[in-house]
Design a protein around this ligand. Structure first.
Ligand SMILES: Nc1nc2c(ncn2[C@@H]2O[C@H](COP(=O)(O)OP(=O)(O)OP(=O)(O)O)[C@@H](O)[C@H]2O)c(=O)[nH]1
Ligand SMILES: [Mg+2]
Length: 313
């Protein structure tokens, strides 16, 4: 399939060619015209995956938990993909879910597809690429996509905002509810996991979180707080059950539809913003822009006037 058209790659990926699927995601990662063709080809009515975001502080056990969740999901028979979102890494594809955990148990199972994504700095970045990749996975037979983030920075929060269900992982030491609150995690969490429950303090952390949640106003879904030991798998099926329950809650209340609509609007806005930024770079790349920059630096004109001239306004 070297040099194959997006439609051919999609057909191959649908037929189980994992190399073709990996190539499609690489194309999306690179962005540009080819990514656009893939985006068009993968789009269509009924192409939909449920996305589950897994986020939390570095070292909280996100990868270990993800790995354990894969086991639970596969026992239920569903196919599942993992996208590890790593905005800090210049590498992708090969560097799976950080160095500490390899998803070795699942590499031979063709019902599981695991891939990390980085951006290589193109405009729009992962916030644009991630939903596109999810669509490709949905179109090639993965009804569940787990999005694992590496940190809790703005890009990660943007990506998490695109998930149907967000699982926030804390640990006994870090799990202080005040910290979770500060990091903006209370608002995005649909399910709280206190991982490393084999360590002292897990119950305290869970209690803190419960107390915090009781104080915040909630209509409808109240995020459950669950304890896990991801390394042994203890508590992990309960986490997946909570994810499934949350999905059902969203669907029943019409919120799933509303979230999809809102996300579509955000996605379009991001694409518009990315293209405008491309234009801005083009407009400010020429010799006149350099002259104007000099003039602004010398105090000859103000930056507003310089911008007006470049935009022809
Ligand atoms: N004791 C204990 N250790 C755990 C548990 N879960 C994960 N770990 C360990 O914690 C370390 C970090 O786990 P990871 O799964 O790599 O954590 P992560 O959140 O993915 O880390 P980053 O991707 O670096 O942010 C590893 O050494 C795991 O073996 C647990 O439930 N109990
Ligand atoms: Mg990890």
């Amino acid at each position: 399939v070297a040099g194959a058209a997006p439609d051919d790659l999609l057909a191959a990926a649908r037929a189980g060619d994992r190399g073709a699927l990996a190539r499609l995601i690489s194309i999306i990662e690179r962005g540009g015209e080819e990514a656009r063709r893939v985006g068009r080809a993968a789009h269509g009515p009924g192409i939909d995956a449920t996305t589950v975001g897994i986020t939390g502080a570095p070292g909280a056990g996100k990868s270990t938990l993800t790995n354990a969740l894969l086991e639970t999901v596969r026992k239920g028979g569903d196919r599942v993909a993992v996208l590890a979102i790593d905005p800090s890494s210049p590498f992708s594809g090969g560097a799976l879910l950080g160095d500490r955990v390899r998803m070795g148990d699942h590499t031979l199972d063709d019902g599981v597809f695991i891939r990390s994504m980085a951006t290589r700095g193109h405009v729009g970045g992962l916030a644009v690429a991630a939903p596109e990749a999810v669509r490709v996975l949905a179109a090639t037979g993965y009804p569940w996509v787990i999005l694992e983030t590496v940190g809790v920075g703005q890009v990660e929060i943007d990506v998490m905002a695109q998930a149907d269900t967000t699982v926030v992982v804390v640990t006994p030491g870090w799990g202080d509810a005040v910290q979770a609150n500060k990091a903006g995690l209370m608002e995005i969490a649909d399910v709280f996991v206190v991982n490393k429950a084999d360590r002292p303090g897990a119950d305290d952390a869970a209690r803190d979180l419960e107390r915090m949640l009781k104080m915040s106003p909630s209509a409808g879904w109240r995020p459950p707080v669950l304890c896990t030991t991801a390394t042994t798998g203890a508590g992990v099926p309960e986490v997946w059950q909570a994810v499934v329950d949350h999905r059902a809650h969203l669907a029943a209340g019409g919120e799933l539809r509303e979230r999809r609509r809102r996300r579509a609007a955000e996605e379009v806005t991001r694409l518009v913003a990315a293209r405008l930024l491309d234009r801005a770079r083009a407009v400010t790349a020429g010799p006149r822009a350099a002259e104007l920059a000099d003039a602004v630096a010398n105090g000859d004109i103000d930056p507003w006037t310089a911008a007006d001239e470049l935009l022809g306004e």
